[in-house]
Design a protein around this ligand. Structure first.
Ligand SMILES: NC(=O)C1=CN([C@@H]2O[C@H](COP(=O)(O)OP(=O)(O)OC[C@H]3O[C@@H](n4cnc5c(N)ncnc54)[C@H](OP(=O)(O)O)[C@@H]3O)[C@@H](O)[C@H]2O)C=CC1
Ligand SMILES: CC(=O)N[C@@H](CCC(=O)OP(=O)(O)O)C(=O)O
Length: 345
């Protein structure tokens, strides 16, 4: 299958390139950029020297429809809502890595992304691509809204407990920490070395655009609407994301029973690894892979469950999950192109 990437010269785009070059059923055909048309991808990214010699081309839906079957949009919020519908209308399979089509309520997008939403009718047609939870809906889909990085780690960390009704949703607190690639390759003062190094910084408290996405999907799992507390922090590392999640327990399970609940929930999910008791995951143990590792702690004193969930933000949080979704859509091996061992140390 021939593939195109719009936003190929961003961090998620270039990770899609790396992963798709090793995918057994994909041939990379068209790389689209915004400001660097005509340049070769290896001129922008010297690590691709001798690996890929493609030119970056301007966006052209007709050209994409002529040359590829699947298009990945790795563009900032606000771009795919204008470019992607034309590709859908031409019959292309579209996987959007941005937040433009994740929220089903247009007003919520406007409120949290501070811009006009995509057309409501289009929002209806996008399948939320959290592969482990929405597997059935993803099979055969034409259009995927790939989840955000924090929602991926948070929802995978919460799903078994929420679907079992074992926690009180109104008590959920998510403490998120992300490496700097999470904010993309564009230049910004907040991402300068001297600003980020040797420091940990809280940002977008009470205002993070992933808040309504997590709430929407928790409501879909539980049938119950509730507001969460979600706080995000920037960590001086390139890749990796951790969500430490707290919630009050409503069922009297032992620590062993909690682990059994999580292990059996993810029995058929090749990318979720549940850690044994007392073994909490570190970002370093998943970076470079499509794994989401989850560790649990149960405190009988406070009746609180603590879940630690880690991913590589650019892989399981973006490019890897997008490819996992394509594999599911096509009925290929879910692990095709994604059998990656984490890079350690
Ligand atoms: N980085 C991460 O960990 C994650 C990112 N995402 C989401 O994935 C998307 C891409 O993120 P990321 O790779 O980090 O972003 P980057 O800023 O690194 O890259 C953005 C890409 O989009 C292109 N672009 C910008 N404006 C336009 C436009 N108007 N038309 C066409 N192309 C455009 C840029 O091209 P040019 O440089 O030529 O302007 C660049 O190739 C975002 O929506 C992000 O929120 C989701 C999960 C995790
Ligand atoms: C470290 C950092 O700044 N991360 C970004 C992640 C952005 C992102 O992935 O945005 P969408 O999923 O909404 O497209 C942030 O917290 O806003």
């Amino acid at each position: 299958m021939k593939a195109g990437i719009v936003g190929a010269n961003g961090y998620s785009g270039v990770e899609l390139i790396r992963l798709l070059l090793n995918h057994p059923y994909i041939e990379l055909e068209m790389l689209v950029s915004h400001s660097t048309n005509g340049q070769k991808i290896q001129d922008i990214y010297p690590h691709l020297t001798g690996v890929l010699n493609h030119e970056l081309e301007p966006f052209d839906a007709n050209e994409l429809a002529k040359r590829v079957e699947v298009v990945f949009f790795a563009t900032p919020a606000g771009v795919s809502k204008t470019l992607l519908p034309e590709c859908l209308d031409k019959g292309l399979l579209c996987i959007d890595l941005s937040g433009d089509f994740r929220l089903k309520t247009p007003e919520e997008y406007e409120k949290w992304y501070h811009q006009a939403p995509a057309e409501a009718a289009r929002l209806e047609t996008a399948v939320y691509g959290l592969a482990e939870i929405n597997h059935k809906q993803i099979e055969g889909a034409q259009f995927i809204a790939n989840p955000g990085c924090y929602p991926t780690a948070s929802l995978l960390g919460l799903a078994p407990a929420v679907k079992d009704g074992a926690i009180d949703l109104s008590t959920v607190i998510i403490d998120g920490k992300s490496g700097v690639t999470g904010s993309g390759r564009k230049a910004s003062i907040g991402n300068l070395y001297a600003e980020v190094n040797d420091s940990v910084k809280a940002y977008k408290l009470g205002a993070h655009q992933h808040t309504p996405e997590i709430e929407q999907e928790l409501a879909a799992m539980s049938g119950e609407k509730s507001a969460i507390t979600f706080s995000t922090h920037l960590i001086p590392m390139s890749r990796g994301l951790m969500c430490t999640i707290y919630a009050t327990i409503t069922k009297g399970y032992s620590e062993r029973e909690w682990l059994d609940l999580y292990q059996s929930f993810y029995e058929k999910s090749p990318f979720v690894r549940i850690r044994p008791q007392g073994n909490w995951p570190a970002t370093k143990e998943v970076v470079g892979s499509n794994f989401c590792d989850i560790g649990l702690s149960v405190d009988g004193r406070t009746r609180r469950l603590t879940v630690v969930s880690v991913i590589d933000n650019v892989i399981k949080g973006a490019a890897g999950q997008a490819i996992q979704n394509l594999n599911i859509i096509k009925g290929w091996d879910e692990k095709a192109g994604l059998s990656l061992t984490p890079v350690y140390p």
